[in-house]
Design a binder for this molecule. Sequence first.
Ligand code: KG4
Ligand code: ZN
Length: 340
Amino acid sequence: MSEQNIYILGIESSCDDTAAAVIHNGKILSNVIANQKIHEEYGGVVPELASRAHQQNIVPVVSQALSRANINKNQLHAIAFTRGPGLMGSLLVGTSFAKSLAYGLNIPLIDVNHMQAHILAHFIDEEGFNKPPFPFLGMTISGGHTQIVKVSSYFDMKVIGETIDDAVGEAFDKSGKILGLGYPAGPVIDKLAKLGNPKAFKFTKPKVDGLNFSFSGLKTAILYFIQSETKANPSFIEENLNDICASIQHTIIEILIDKLKLASKQTGIKHIAIGGGVSANSGIRQALKDGEHKFGWTTYVPKFEFTTDNAAMIAIVGYLKFLEGNFSKQDITASARLKI
Ligand code: KG4
Ligand code: ZN
């Protein structure tokens, strides 16, 4: 078997997206995602509904990933799947499916840590996107995660900072809920923020030592601020929505950039790679670009479809582990709190 001709199927089912992707060597041939709309009605992910939807989606999603890649299952060299962290019911669907498929095809099974995968998504071969050199700092920001990781090699990673309560995406989503913006609110806040004044309102930034984050206090500060302003003026939100969104986003960006500055200072590392759904935020992207001039950083943002929860990132980790012969046994189990 030549190293030049390896096909791996990646399966992701840790939260509310059922996803499958095929990678050929380091290049993605297909990347299919079934988003679960059902959760929008509830303003957040409902675990039991998520696992049921995964069960319905997984066979069609995997079939589509294979057909879009123009291969059949017998051409696969290995099956990679998300072992954790995530919702247990959701993880179980992907884990059981991957185990059965690998067993049925008699090919290696490869377990993948979802948090490592967000970072290693930067190593997918994609025209126009550079790969960060080791060591670099990886910052994963999404609705479920907020972490800064020191990455010394593909599988030598150390979490040096993380949230002690809400994730940064939750800060966007919960603020949006207070403002009546629907779920998920991040993209809407991003859009409205472009039309507003980021300095119109000031929210106190949390004081958390070292490289850890906290976002639950910010959400409470916003709630109290909105309650008190709407008491005085019931149309306060309508009249000031763009400025409120711009000010919230500005505060969140400052919190993230302050910690990145500290992480870069402490480690001496200036290569910074971000991932997770919140990295789509235009303000964060601009602040990172500014960091290149202000602090001498080189920043990396992957292609959008490899940034939100996806299976391409699981497939690239599968490929990297395949090259090392790092396979899992059939008795491996899903792990909801798997650490990096
Ligand atoms: O990675 P992701 O798709 O799923 C996980 O949470 O794992 O991230 C979703 C999160 C949501 O909280 C959503 O509001 C946020 O990413 N988000 C954004 C933007 N696009 C998505 N937040 C701020 N600005 C955006 N443009
Ligand atoms: Zn994720």
